[in-house]
Design a protein around this ligand. Sequence first.
Ligand SMILES: [Zn+2]
Length: 248
Amino acid sequence: MRDGFRIFDTHTHIGVARHSGRTFTADEMLSKMERHGVDRSMLIPFPVVEDYRATHDLLASAVRAYPGRFDAAVCLNPFVPEAEFRDEVRRCAEELGFRAIKLQPQYQALNPVSARSDFFYETALRHRLPVIVHTGAGAPFALPSLYILPARRFPDLPIVLGHAGGGLYSLETIVAATVCPNIFIELSSVMPHHIAEIMAHVPASRLMAGSDLPVSVETEIGKILTMEMADSDRREILWDTPAALFGG
Ligand SMILES: [Zn+2]
């Protein structure tokens, strides 16, 4: 809680990233949350890890250790054998209680418009896991507009466009959310003027905040707390929209 607002950080990473060398622990994230008034955070594995099962277990142990403070998302290379992919998503959803599934097309090159990718969306839908997809860097597969087609093929599947297209492609998120009621936008890594432009078209009931990394909690949550907008919109972005989507 900060300035009277409950805060849900819907996108952050802990664990060890093989590709970048970044390492963050649940305790580091929790201390950032305490310092900056974040009530709850969605923990997501980095897209390239040494052992995805061990990483999921690490996230699950953080969820158990701090009840009510963390949720967790599944993330693994979709090109492991398909049965293995489906089984790990099932394990995370049914046994570990995970609440979302992440696709990071910059490092996991799934073509989002190909029918060959349907197994990903079908698996998410089967376990009622909203999809969080990284958008921006990693084009073309990370282009926000490409998620219009799966959103239409799977109208009951919520798809969150992470990082709002990363600035360069933020206008595409407006198009995608306008034509697909099941598309949501997560606002980390874009500037306040991008957010204002998105808010001119997309209701706050489909927007949410994220930090992307523990080191960015103050900056990313701070921009939502301080930029000009109605407090009713701020309340939806910071809590109501993600709490409804991921389960309050
Ligand atoms: Zn991410």
